[in-house]
Design a protein around this ligand. Structure first.
Ligand code: PLP
Length: 460
């Protein structure tokens, strides 16, 4: 046992050390070499060291450099050293985090993290919390609590009776709501296509004046941080109106909610704390390993009603029982890494992490504008959308930068315009990484024949 762990740790450290100098995307050759894994189920055992050696030798080269400093593909962050080390230790513990009696340490670190998270994110101290796999399931979990509460108000117990014959819930979301939020609504039987979509503005923000009249039961879903532009729905205007119509307000703040942790960017989330529930990710901006998402619900009872389960063989004590607040029963102890990340950063470190990502995004935008390329969004947070001219030219630049390997950026279509999408969300990214990436983008853009169009942003 110890030898294989030692060797895995050494290999992991070597991998991480080499990562900043390696190409970010895997080479075609490395992807082709994955053929080594295409064998049929082995008839007999292999030595654990051999298993790990194969994983590292053939597997590591075919990874995407997401843990490194110049991966800007999606808003997904890296992993802080303390969070990764805690993840290793917690894996050795192999705790089932379902009940306090099963794992006092897992339950305790969830409780502590819950308090710290609510504090850092500026949410009400008494909220209930669910430690789930990601924002998709966090949306699902929070919206299950919403479904419970709005139907309870009209005298319907949805957990026991289901939705058959239930009063119809009106659900509202912006045109730019994340597809995973709409999927969550579908999984809850509220229908992906039944959602009333509110038109959005040039940044993807819901237009508050177009919020429809709602009758009870109703749910209004806001977004804190659009996945393309980083923009926030106008919570201060919408939440009081939704409340006046007795609607539940849910916030999808997968990464944007973390702006609250920075005194400089906190203004962006003003008003969002007035909602009833929130979904966010820890594996994005908090930089902990996958899978780690969080749902918060103003009234813990609503979350508990939607998620609780009882069985004679599952004793429940005085403590908060983690499994009473999440879809899963057995699961790993996600609170461990969240605690480790927050303990290692502290309030100032977390604010600095958010600030640095935003500052780096600004540096990207300014650099691209100065080169004469058009930045399509207002860069207020960590997201940058840039066009290199005609759609096919922008697509060539995106393919070119992925092939070049200095950094990795993906593409999107924003309001009909093809764009390269740059997300800065890793603790490992520095200003020097932005400058290196800008040089590479300029080189690739020239080779792709991109014209340096004078852009409005460049003139500002
Ligand atoms: C990333 C994201 C999601 C989905 O989160 P997962 O952790 O991938 O499930 C949902 N909403 C928004 C706004 C996001 O950015």
């Amino acid at each position: 046992m110890p030898q294989v762990l030692q060797s895995a740790a050494e290999r992991a450290v070597r991998y991480l050390e080499k990562l900043p100098a390696r190409r970010v995307g895997p080479s075609e050759e490395a992807v082709r070499a994955l053929a080594a894994f295409e064998e049929s189920f082995p008839e007999g055992p292999s030595a654990p060291e051999e298993v790990i050696a194969m994983l590292d030798d053939a597997g590591s080269p075919a990874t995407m450099g997401m843990a490194g400093p110049r991966f800007f593909g999606w808003v997904i962050g890296g992993t802080l050293p303390a969070a990764l080390a805690a993840h290793w230790l917690a894996a050795a513990w192999d705790q089932n985090a379902g009940l306090f009696i099963a794992s006092p340490i897992a339950a305790t670190l969830e409780e502590v993290s819950q308090r710290w998270l609510l504090d850092a994110l500026g949410l009400p101290a008494g909220c209930g919390a669910a430690f789930v796999t990601g924002a998709t399931v966090a949306n699902f979990t929070a919206l299950a609590a919403a479904r419970h509460a709005v139907l309870e108000r009209v005298g319907w117990d949805v957990e026991s009776r289901g939705l058959f014959g239930a009063p119809e819930i009106q659900v509202v979301a912006g045109e730019e709501a994340h597809p995973s939020l709409v999927k969550s609504l579908g999984m809850l039987g509220m229908g992906r296509d039944r959602v009333i979509r509110v038109p959005t503005d040039s940044q993807g923000r819901m237009r508050a004046e177009l919020l429809p009249e709602l009758r009870s039961p109703g749910i209004v879903c806001l977004q804190a941080g659009n996945v393309n532009t980083g923009a926030f729905d106008p919570a201060r205007e919408i939440i009081p109106r939704a409340r006046a119509m007795s609607a539940w307000v849910h916030v999808d703040g997968a990464f944007g909610l973390w702006a609250a942790a920075s005194p400089r960017y906190r203004y962006l989330v003003e008003g969002f704390a007035g909602a009833d529930s929130w979904a966010t990710d820890a594996h994005k901006w908090l930089n902990v390993p996958y899978d780690s998402g969080l749902a918060f619900v103003r009234s813990p009872d609503h979350l508990h009603s939607a998620m609780s389960l009882s069985a004679a063989y599952l004793p429940q004590g005085e403590h908060r029982e983690p499994s009473q607040y999440v879809p899963e029963l057995s699961r790993r102890a996600r609170g461990v890494e969240i605690w480790a990340a927050m303990k290692s950063l502290g309030r100032s470190g977390l604010a600095e992490l958010v600030d640095r990502c935003c500052r780096c995004a600004r540096r990207f935008a300014d650099g691209l504008s100065a080169m004469g390329f058009e930045v399509l969004n207002d860069v207020l947070l960590n997201q940058v959308l840039v066009s290199f001219g005609a759609p096919e030219v922008t697509e060539r630049v995106i393919a070119g930068i992925q092939e070049d390997g200095t950094c990795w950026c993906g593409g999107t279509v924003w309001q009909g315009r093809h764009a390269m999408r740059i997300s800065v969300s890793s603790w490992a990214t520095t200003e020097a990484d932005i400058d290196r990436s800008l040089e590479a983008i300029l080189r690739v853009a020239r080779a792709a024949g991109a014209k340096r169009a004078p852009s409005p942003n460049a003139r500002q």
